[in-house]
Design a protein around this ligand. Structure first.
Ligand SMILES: Nc1ncnc2c1ncn2[C@@H]1O[C@H](COP(=O)(O)OP(=O)(O)OP(=O)(O)O)[C@@H](O)[C@H]1O
Length: 967
């Protein structure tokens, strides 16, 4: 034991541990039996450090800077006397209770003062109050050195001290000499000049601009900025449900969307629809992996909304789901990478759906105890749809694969689920310069090249009323940096060039960087709003004395955090939500709104809530103040980098302008787009392609060098395997044959109600290719035919159910049934409304006279019509047709006899007995039955036949193409 100048006692225990007492002045005021003798601060913790070689060799400076100190947990000694005795100290003056401590003397110190000396230098800092000690950091050698010096007993052992100082300097100030000499050189000679700037000024400017932009992007846009939902947090504000089935779109709207699908959209739609029907029929189709490619506005999102709705409807019928009865679990998962893209398709984010961690770095993190919950939630899921796939990195894609394998318990790719990816790789790439998914990278897991097949949508739907602009956009989409704009495109874009002063101020301005956006926002706020409210963040800090979180009067400044120190708002100001509050309700990162209310408590300026009017009216209806359609949001929370400080602030920012990264996926009628500071391929294209027509576009800072794509994309897409979907729309494959003067195309379809489906029929891409369109189950009544049932270019012949039955009054009055035939106007036709002997059968017969000869009959047999009676009437009809001697004779219709079943087929037998051949070989209904045959008397005249698709009837249309001799 040694008493030092500051009256602190050091003791060394048997096991060479060292302890430091409180100062004697402090101990003097304590009763002798007090156990609170030893300091409980850092030195004590150091003393009690683990006895491993690493810790043993550690000096206090190392210990303090590299080990986390947990205060207040150290066990105190039981009894001072006993403790010190146990430690091997002898009591010199036992009668002086007050100074008990100082009267012990450690034997070892007496024996080896050097140990004490060296240890002191290495270990101790001067005593401070406990609180001071807690907040003191000892990171540098210098502080230890200074403190240690205080404790050095005078000038003793200077050489030893020097040695220790030297050793610690080497350890803690490794490059001191280099840094010193560099600073000295800089001070003497000033900054070195970069001569490259003089040799190639333009390239240098560009290089510096790029570095500048990238730095800026790193600094202020970071992941959260570029990819709004990357910040997937596990707190309660995150979308709580694992997944939700997207809200159902109004059936009328949905039907219109189906009707509007263009040919390529329809072929993808029907391919997936057919796959779903196969699943439902139990035929276990192969997994599919499709990528829907297409420029901005080609209707990719529109298509997947349709696919999602239809596939969900069909797959709900899966036997497995029906048995389990929990059909609330989704069968089709509709996702996107960003919250805005997810909201745009009424889906959810990939991160939220699959509970992906924020960092996707290996190793793969499983779901842990959430697995069962997620597995139950996705138990019915068969198809995963990912929109805006161009923003999905390879790591994320691999994570999705691994996660689905885990959830589905299958090692097949994506756990056995089919995957439909949608996006435009010419638009914004994944964050952090990671290679786009379609570009092969041998260093990464590649799930793309081997699995996915591509379908390209080419028809631009967004700018469909401004075709020249749409064509220009298509060309600039794949323009490389080294290639100039064509004269035509330059002229067209020049029509949109604008002077900043002339630009409409109330229109969204789109810039490349946050800095530009912030400048524009604050300028516009000042310009239009005089009553500006500044909302400071509520920063809470733990009070060390009470342990309570107390609000700071002024927020901490300079935190590069999501929630800013302060925001400025005004009633009517345009803002954007910056966090996913509820993707489902459209309150997601990137949602635009206007400030409608600033809610404070009476007499207190502190802002409690903000009322927003969302630009998208459909969003958040449920959370809205119904009268005024206002959605109220609260402050959100995040931890600041200062330990124990929590910030609460509204997750919004001004949005008179926004970055290009925020507008991907958006459709708007007008925008002001600046091309200045563009730093990535695809950015200019994304920005320019948001507006629906050139008249709504105002371009600032035009620089055609900023319009460029990543050439790797072009190569990758060219080499990608292409899906062949022609078989789903077979008549579109043979336009030359159909337009030949010697061919006649006949289609039959059971419409399940003509008035209900006339718009679907009119918008069908193949039905209007028929020269003769036979329809059964028209459900028409009376002789009047509504104008709406008129098909342009056709004449209509119809025969309703009520006139078809003479001996079956019950059948005649029953709803449904009825037959109609539409014939192209150029064909001369004779209708045979009544045929002798052909009674009690629903049919319509037409005689084509020119330019072809043919006899065509459409027949409908209700399922409850007794087969024997029906056959006898059908025989009479066929006999009458034969008598007409007008060949070929073609009889089509719905006979409600399944030609794919093994049962006897008396209707087919009748036709065969009369020399007819049946042309259709595939199923014609959703239940895999063949109820809609085409019988023909001269099979050699048929060159094509098969089945078409619709979404509105249980029956598929059937067709045949005949070559006929023209008279
Ligand atoms: N078949 C269609 N019929 C009518 N309108 C359509 C059709 N397809 C798309 N649209 C409309 O065109 C616009 C652009 O469509 P959508 O957003 O689906 O394109 P996108 O390819 O996803 O665009 P981006 O790549 O820019 O996100 C939307 O307003 C959409 O409603």
């Amino acid at each position: 034991m040694k008493q030092c100048s500051r009256s602190v006692v050091f003791v060394q225990t048997d096991d060479n541990a060292l302890k430091m007492s409180y100062p004697l002045s402090h101990l003097d005021n304590k009763p002798s039996e007090s156990e609170h003798v030893w300091m409980t601060g850092l030195p004590d913790k150091y003393v009690c450090r683990p006895e491993t070689p690493d810790f043993e060799a550690m000096c206090l400076a190392d210990f303090a800077s590299s080990c986390r100190i947990v205060y207040g947990k150290q066990t105190k000694g039981k009894n001072t006397h006993r403790l010190l005795n146990e430690m091997g100290f002898v009591q010199k003056r036992a009668n002086d209770e007050k100074h008990a401590v100082i009267k012990y003397r450690p034997i070892s110190l007496e024996k080896d003062p050097e140990l004490y000396y060296g240890t002191l230098l290495k270990l101790y800092v001067p005593y401070r109050s406990e609180n001071q000690l807690k907040s003191t950091h000892f990171p540098t050698y210098q502080s230890v050195h200074d403190h240690a010096a205080v404790w050095l007993p005078g000038s003793q052992h200077p050489e030893r001290v020097k040695a220790i100082v030297k050793r610690n300097r080497e350890k803690h100030e490794k490059h001191r000499e280099d840094i010193d000499s560099a600073i000295q050189e800089f001070e003497e000679r000033g900054m070195l000049l970069n001569e490259w700037g003089n040799l190639a000024p333009e390239s240098e400017l560009e290089r510096l601009e790029c570095i500048d932009e990238l730095n800026e992007r790193e600094a202020d846009e970071d992941v959260q900025e570029n990819v709004p939902d990357y910040n997937v947090r596990s707190d309660v504000r995150q979308e709580s449900a694992v997944t939700i089935e997207a809200p159902e779109i109004d059936p009328v709207v949905l039907r219109e969307m189906y009707q509007n699908l263009n040919q390529t959209q329809a072929s993808v739609f029907h391919t997936i629809r057919e796959w779903c029907l196969k699943c439902v029929c139990g035929s276990k189709p192969e997994q599919f992996f499709l990528y829907i490619n297409g420029g901005a506005g080609t209707g990719k999102s529109h298509l997947i909304k349709c696919i999602h709705a239809e596939a969900s409807k069909i797959l709900r019928r899966l036997p497995r789901n029906a048995e389990e009865a929990d059909i609330s679990k989704p069968t089709v998962l509709l996702t996107a990478f960003t919250g805005t893209a997810a909201f745009n398709i009424s889906g959810t984010t990939l991160h939220c759906l699959l509970k992906l961690p924020r960092s996707l770095k290996p190793p793969f993190q499983g779901l842990g105890n959430k697995l069962d919950e997620v597995r139950a939630e996705l138990s019915n899921a068969e198809i995963l749809i990912i929109d805006e796939v161009s923003m999905v990195s390879k790591q994320l894609f691999a994570y999705v694969d691994a996660r689905l394998k885990q959830i589905k318990g299958s090692q097949r790719p994506f756990g056995g689920m089919s995957v439909l990816t949608v996006g435009d790789f010419y638009q914004l790439p994944p964050v952090r310069q990671s290679k786009p998914l379609c570009v092969f990278d041998p260093t990464q897991i590649d799930l793309w090249r081997d699995n996915f097949q591509m379908v390209t949508l080419t028809e631009i739907m967004r700018q469909k009323d401004d075709v020249t602009f749409a064509e220009t956009l298509n060309r600039i989409r794949a323009k490389e940096k080294t290639v100039s704009l064509s004269h035509e495109d330059r002229v067209l874009l020049s029509r949109a060039l604008a002077d900043p002063a002339q630009c409409p101020k109330d229109v969204l301005h789109v810039y490349a960087t946050n800095k530009q956006v912030e400048e524009h926002n604050s300028k516009t706020l000042d310009m239009f709003h005089s009553d500006v409210t500044t909302i400071d963040a509520d920063d809470y800090k733990k009070d060390p004395t009470t342990g309570r979180m107390t609000r700071q009067s002024v927020p901490f400044q300079g935190n590069k955090k999501e929630l800013p120190d302060s925001i400025k708002v005004a009633i009517g100001a345009n803002v954007m939500i910056t966090r996913n509050i509820s993707v489902r309700s459209g309150l997601c990162n990137g949602t635009f709104a206007r400030i409608a209310k600033i809610v404070t408590k009476a007499g207190n300026p502190h802002v409690e809530k903000l009322g927003l009017k969302l630009n998208s009216q459909s969003a958040a209806a449920s959370e809205a103040d119904v009268d005024e359609n206002i959605v109220y949001i609260d402050r959100d929370e995040e931890n600041l980098k200062q330990t124990g400080v929590v910030r609460r602030q509204f997750p919004i920012k001004l949005a008179f302008a926004c970055t290009i990264h925020k507008v991907q996926g958006m459709t708007t009628s007008s925008a002001v787009v600046s091309l200045k500071h563009i730093f990535e391929p695809g950015m200019a294209y994304v920005a320019l392609s948001r507006v629906t027509s050139l008249s709504g576009l105002h371009i600032l800072d035009m620089d055609e060098r900023k319009i460029y794509c990543n050439p790797e994309i072009t190569v990758a897409l060219e080499n990608m395997s292409k899906a062949s979907l022609e078989h789903v729309m077979p008549l579109l494959k043979i336009p030359e044959t159909l337009s030949r003067p010697d061919t006649l195309t006949v289609i039959h379809h059971n419409t399940e109600g003509l008035p209900a489906h006339i718009t679907d029929i009119k918008s069908h891409h193949e039905l209007h290719l028929a020269d003769v369109l036979c329809l059964t189950e028209t459900h028409l009544r009376g002789s009047f035919v509504a104008e709406s049932l008129h098909l342009e270019g056709y004449n209509m012949f119809k025969r309703n159910r009520n006139v078809s039955y003479s001996n079956h009054p019950a059948m005649a009055t029953k709803n449904g049934g009825g037959v109609a035939i539409y014939v192209k106007e150029h064909i001369r036709v004779l209708e045979r409304h009544f045929i002798q002997n052909a009674t009690d059968i629903e049919f319509s017969v037409i005689k084509l006279e020119a330019p072809f000869r043919a006899l065509i009959a459409a027949v409908y047999r209700p399922p409850d019509y007794d087969v024997h009676s029906f056959i006898s009437n059908l025989r009479s009809l066929l006999d009458s047709l034969e008598v007409m001697d007008h060949h070929p004779i073609l009889v089509c219709g719905d006979f409600n006899e399944d030609l794919l079943s093994r049962a006897r087929k008396p209707i087919l037998e009748l036709f065969q007995s009369k020399g007819y051949e049946q042309l259709i070989t595939a199923a014609t209904t959703e239940k895999n039955t063949l109820l809609d045959p085409i019988f023909i008397s001269c099979p050699q005249s048929c060159i094509h036949s098969g089945v078409l698709r619709t979404y509105y009837s249980y029956h598929h249309p059937v067709y045949c193409v005949l070559t006929l001799e023209t008279p």
